[in-house]
Ligand binder design. Structure first.
Ligand code: BES
Ligand code: MN
Ligand code: ZN
Length: 476
């Protein structure tokens, strides 16, 4: 259950669970054990004072304080407090009135844990019911608006995490589509779902091929938000949502195959962004295209050597059925480009192990042939802490994707695998400004962090929310 948020300028009543945020090197009140508390990020000290419990939480250096740091400190504070049994928590933000949005966003992130399949007696004994933000009287009305925004973003991130963590026996392309349309209804978005019949009729050969081996047929899901001027070309977000990736006939080894339930995170990230865009009522036109299939080995499975015709007529020589994401994305990108004529397309996918090998777990791969898009996304990366690293594409990779028997082939040599995939996708973006974000390393974590539970991270939601003003005003 999400907690309630309340903003006040009244002082804390006795017996409160209070959080005070401090910087490193700052002089601390008497009673705070300086040995165990440096004021650095992810450090804390608990002090009892006149019946209240005060948790001092570090923010790091004062001159370096940014919202992205406050988000993490707030998440850490909430996680520490829930472990200690707090149900109503009070943040003292008297000195940090500009951080209200970040504080609520971080608190939301810190409070979420995937417990859907635990019996009540197996869940955490305590959950946070109420967060009170204490601000100066002068800042009260601004703080109320900021708290609402923080909650909208935090809730959207938690939607992405909660749907992302669902197991593949529960979340398949059909049930994902049902959830997307329920979310759309709740937030006033237009939503369309193409089932396999419609996909066949309209020539989505990529989705049908990848989904052929599964008992759960594929879907193409679109969401539309019109908050900008009528007739203005939208920003298009495209996402890979493979609800489980077994590799298909080019089957994966069994070690870590369980993690392939998160192979849907590209599409789920896009869903989370759309929830936030609607809840924040942003003044832009934004559309989302989610290409969803389950990659399995049933009798209808596609095979190495198949040649698949995609939505815009371009063909793919299948050499490895485990390079499935790019095949469903070919349909998704072609559909988005032709249907919406967007000013820009930003696409999310857990696309390659090669990207994970290159960049590790803290940075997503950024691929684009538009210097302008790279600049916009890198700026938002710096602002939000969703870290990116620009990797090459085009050139020799455009040569490598060519096929003797089809427009392109879906796999080549092992080296440069993430760049090969990016150049493959560019084929379907044609001249539409296009950026591909490979979130294979960042979409989920298998060990908890001080500020975040293990599981889906929601990486990319804040990145795009920050970039949207710049993306939307592009001239194409
Ligand atoms: N979903 C995987 C990529 C992946 C692997 C993401 C591990 C996160 C962790 C993708 O569908 C895939 O299997 N890619 C292959 C491509 C190869 C066959 C060309 C890969 O990276 O090995
Ligand atoms: Mn795969
Ligand atoms: Zn995959």
């Amino acid at each position: 259950m999400p907690f309630q948020v309340q903003v006040t300028s009244n002082p804390a009543p006795k017996g409160s669970d209070l959080v005070r945020f401090c910087h490193s090197g700052e002089r601390l009140p008497a009673g705070v054990p300086e040995a165990e508390f440096s004021g650095g990020l992810f450090t804390s000290a608990l002090v009892r004072d006149d019946g209240s419990r005060i948790l001092y939480v570090g923010l790091g250096e004062k001159k370096e304080l940014k919202p992205k740091t406050f988000v993490r400190a707030a998440g850490f504070a909430v996680r520490q407090s829930i472990k200690r049994g707090a149900t109503t928590l009070r943040f003292d933000l008297g000195r940090h009135g500009a951080m209200v949005r970040a504080a609520v966003e971080g608190a939301k992130l810190g409070a979420y844990k995937f417990e859907d399949f635990k019996r009540p007696e197996e869940r955490r004994p305590h959950e946070l019911k109420r967060l009170v933000l204490q601000v100066s009287a002068a800042g009260l009305s601004k703080a109320r608006a900021a708290a609402k925004q923080g909650a909208a973003v935090g809730n959207a991130l938690n939607t992405a995490r909660a749907v992302g963590n669902l197991p593949p026996n529960v979340l398949n392309p059909g049930s994902l589509a049902a959830r997307a349309s329920a979310l759309a209804k709740k937030h006033g978005l237009a939503c369309k779902v193409f089932d396999h019949k419609r996909l066949a009729k309209d020539g989505f050969g990529g989705l049908l091929a990848v989904g052929g081996g599964s008992a759960h047929p594929p879907r193409l899901i679109t969401l539309e938000y019109r908050g900008g001027p009528k007739g203005q070309a939208p920003v298009a977000l495209v996402g890979k949502a493979i609800t489980f990736d077994s590799g298909g006939l080019s089957i994966k080894p069994s070690a870590s195959m369980d993690e392939m339930k998160w192979d849907k995170m590209g599409g789920i990230t896009v869903l989370g962004i759309m929830q936030a865009v609607a809840a924040l009522r942003l003044p832009f036109n934004v559309v989302a295209v989610i290409a969803s299939a389950e990659n399995m080995l049933g009798t209808g499975a596609y095979r190495p050597s198949d040649i698949v015709t995609t939505y815009d007529g371009k063909t793919i020589e299948v050499l490895n059925t485990d390079a499935e994401g790019r095949i469903v994305l070919a349909d998704g990108l072609a559909y988005a480009r032709q249907t919406y004529r967007p000013v820009a397309m930003v696409e999310f996918s857990t696309l390659t192990g090669a990207c994970l090998v290159a960049l590790g777990r803290n940075r997503a791969g950024l691929f684009s042939e538009s210097a302008d898009l790279i600049k916009t996304l890198e700026r938002s990366s710096e602002a939000t802490g969703d870290q990116l690293w620009n990797l090459p594409m085009g050139g020799e990779f455009d040569e490598a994707v060519k096929s003797e028997v089809a427009t392109v082939k879906n796999a080549g040599e092992r080296w440069g695998g993430a760049s090969f995939a990016a150049s493959f996708l560019q084929t379907w973006a044609e001249n539409t400004p296009f950026a591909h974000l490979d979130i294979a390393g960042t979409a989920w974590i298998t060990k908890e962090r001080p500020d975040l539970e293990a599981g889906a991270t929601g990486f990319g939601v804040r990145l795009i929310l920050d970039a949207l003003p710049a993306l939307a005003k592009r001239k194409g």
